[in-house]
Design a protein. Structure first.
Length: 98
């Protein structure tokens, strides 16, 4: 996946707008029965976090404040940073157990 600066600005704006629309859709679908709102929320968060430096900084602050919740959400959204951190932690545990 290309870095944020390598993407075309119009593409980033379109994806960011779609992410916001998905979050709004999640809020609308939230009261309805079923898990539909959860999937819309996750998709919207993924698009926003991939395309907005402002959102990434705020997300990092939230994760520092509530690390267990941030870790769970990152793993659920399969964010690359969470996957790298998980692999690094597993490697550290293996070297310690030797």
């Amino acid at each position: 996946m290309p870095a944020m600066s390598q993407r075309h600005p119009v593409s980033r704006i379109i994806q960011l707008t779609l992410g916001v629309l998905l979050l709004i859709g999640a809020a609308v679908m939230g009261p309805l029965p079923g898990p539909g709102g959860v999937f819309l929320f996750a998709g919207g968060m993924i698009l926003i976090l991939r395309n907005s430096r402002w959102a990434q900084v705020r997300w990092a602050r939230l994760k520092r404040r509530w690390p267990r919740t941030g870790h769970l959400v990152d793993r659920t959204m399969r964010r690359q940073s969470a996957l790298r951190r998980h692999a690094r932690n597993r490697a550290d545990q293996r070297t310690r157990s030797r």
